[in-house]
Design a protein around this ligand. Sequence first.
Ligand SMILES: C[S@@+](CC[C@H](N)C(=O)[O-])C[C@H]1O[C@@H](n2cnc3c(N)ncnc32)[C@H](O)[C@@H]1O
Length: 226
Amino acid sequence: MGETTEEAGYESIRIDRSGQAEAFDVIGDRYDEAFPYKAGQVSAGKFLAETLDRGSRVLDLGCGTGLPTARQLSDAGFEVTGVDLSGEMVRLAREYVPKATFHQIDIADLRPGGPQDLGRFDAAVAFFSLLMLPRAEIPLALSTIHHLLVPDGLFVLSMVEADVDDFTISFLHTNIRVSGYIREDLIQVVEEAGFEILDEDSYTYAPAISDVPPEEQIFLRCRRTG
Ligand SMILES: C[S@@+](CC[C@H](N)C(=O)[O-])C[C@H]1O[C@@H](n2cnc3c(N)ncnc32)[C@H](O)[C@@H]1O
């Protein structure tokens, strides 16, 4: 693999996942009820479906229930692998998208030299999953994604625009910790991790459940450079 765990930059960080998987274990299907309109994800999936060859390997990081993305990408003829920290999300994804393969894995464990090796992918998506990491880990997760992609591999990222770091919010009657950036800073972090940004979309989103406030969602379509 070339790089050691130390080189991957995690050695100076204490990884704290307390409560994060448990929250999504409890949320389960309610996540899709709260966020029923997934135009950004669907449009990004269509971009991959139109760009990649059938049979391409695609990784869905923080796949949630597998809907709509893992299913859309599977239906497009790709070999889809989904990973999620939450055992319940992985269970639902396996039920909803039997053609794809799902693993209960922490994104951090996919780092170069880390305990999990899923091989290389032609494309990766991370829809609203990197925002579950503290800011100190987001550039490391982006480097991991760079490492998991073939040269020129595609990456689609979505985040909520917010200037917060490991900030506790009440979400669907549980507490989760989230991070984010203002748009310009997000673009800088993504470019510094070795990605060229091909296109960008944003959506103002009012979730269907009232304890989640409206949010600005940013979707970046990127290509691995270097
Ligand atoms: C906000 S949901 C998004 C789900 C899906 N990508 C979508 O857009 O519908 C975030 C997902 O990331 C997962 N997640 C959080 N931290 C993770 C980590 N460190 N590694 C892998 N998955 C993680 C959560 O369990 C949850 O399913």
